[in-house]
Structures are given as C-alpha cells and as structure tokens.
Design a protein around this ligand. Sequence first.
Ligand code: ADP
Ligand code: MG
Length: 257
Amino acid sequence: MGDATAIETRKLNLWYGTFQALLDVDLQIKRGIITSMIGPSGCGKSTLLRTINRINDRLGYVRTTGTVDVLGYDILDASVELVQLRKQVGMVFQRPNPLPLSVRDNVAFGYRLHEGDGGKIPHAEIDEVVEKALRDVLLWDEVKDHLHGSATDLSLEAQQKLCIARLLPVKPAVLLMDEPCSTLDPAGTQAVEELIWGLRGNYTIVLVTHNMAQARRASDECVFMLLGKVIEHRETADLFLTPTHRETADYIEGRYG
Ligand SMILES: Nc1ncnc2c1ncn2[C@@H]1O[C@H](COP(=O)(O)OP(=O)(O)O)[C@@H](O)[C@H]1O
Ligand SMILES: [Mg+2]
C-alpha cells in the first residue's frame, strides 16, 4: 500500500449470519481527499463503512474474510486495539448523536479520554481544544456563548456539526460519514456539506450519501456499489459524466429508484 492510500480492502467479504452483504470488495481510498459512496438502499454502503472501524464486531453473527488496511495496518487482525483504531478512524452517523452533556464537554470528551492519561487536563488547554474544533466545523460563533448549555438543545444542523467537531481533537486520520445530512433541511445540508468540504486535505473522508447532487458537489472520487459489490470507482466528475458500467449509468439516471 503506497503512501497515497489511506484505506485498502482486499477480497473483503462479509456475512450477517448466512446473508452475504459484501462480495469481494477491493477498494483503495486515497489519503486526504473526499470519496463518496453511492448506491441503492441495501447495497452495503453502511456495512462497508462500519467494517472500517469495526463497529460490526459487536454483532456476534457477523463474519468477515479478506483484509482491510488502514494507514498500513491490518485492522481486522485480532491484536488491533479498538480504542486506538477508533482514535484514528472517527465516525459520524445519520442521526446526530451528541452525548447528553454540555457542548463543551461533548467536544472535550474524546480528548480527555485519549489524552488525559488518567490525570486532569488544565482548563485552559480544554478551552483551546474546544474552540479550535468548533471553529473547524464553523460552529464557534453560534455556540460560543452557550458552551455550558446542553448539546441536545441545539438544532439538528448544529448537533451534527458538533458530532463532527468532537472527533477532531484526537486528530483522527480518517472520518467516516454515513449519510450525515439525511436528517437536515436543505440549508442545514448545505452548511454541513460546506464544513465537510472545508476539512478536505486534512483528513481522509469517506462520505456515504443517497444524494447524488451531494456526491457530485462534495467529493473528489466516487464509489458506486450494487448488491454488495463495488461496480465502479472513479473521479467523481468522470463517473457521473461517462460511467463505464451499465449499472452505474442506470443508477445515476434514476432507474433504480
Ligand atoms: N445488522 C444487520 N443484520 C442483518 N442484516 C443486515 C444488518 N445490517 C444490514 N443488513 C443487511 O445488509 C445489506 C446491506 O445493508 P446496509 O449496509 O445497511 O446497506 P446501505 O447502507 O447501502 O443501505 C442489506 O440487505 C441489509 O438488510
Ligand atoms: Mg446505510
């Protein structure tokens, strides 16, 4: 795996019980860009994303074969420490899921967990970390006077920005986002999309979306999946302009519903 590759899967297969949800997935995700993942509902986008930070582990009936390398490490290996993996690979879900804590404590949570070494981190250091993360997600001006207010009182848009912000202080290399705008109105969608675009370069971002306009606007490369397989993976503009597979063309022209 070259330096330009952040995530590489080889012959990745995944079964939920007897149902096979991923079939021989070979994928190379480049470092520092945004890769979108599109395809009809049920094609395995979330499954693939969840495999990259091993959230599926907690389901006893999941079986996986093949390899997934993240930054050169085989993360399916039994010796991998999940805490370290999740520090490297942050995840954002469809529904914003802030902790029932203040805005400030949400952003500081991961930092305290990973950087605290069991000791107390100085107040001023936390302040600095919190402000930087909230600025990075374009949320600072809106919440700077409510840092001690409850995170769950924020709008859905602000909550989702907060859920992205709380990943940043531990300096992840990879951000996995599973339809992060699906609960937002058009204005919220645009705002979160802009913030994701602003993180480009500093992180390797994988963005699952059912919104093809979003994939076109907000990603450098695009992966099209169908029935558990990767059908096509190209630069986004090329995939939409000149799809090389019939199935891709059918999907982007709306023939799968
Ligand atoms: N926890 C689960 N247990 C059993 N089957 C699942 C589970 N999660 C997803 N599946 C099945 O795996 C397939 C892929 O689902 P998913 O990865 O959620 O697709 P997508 O995100 O593309 O909509 C679907 O057929 C779905 O029903
Ligand atoms: Mg999904």
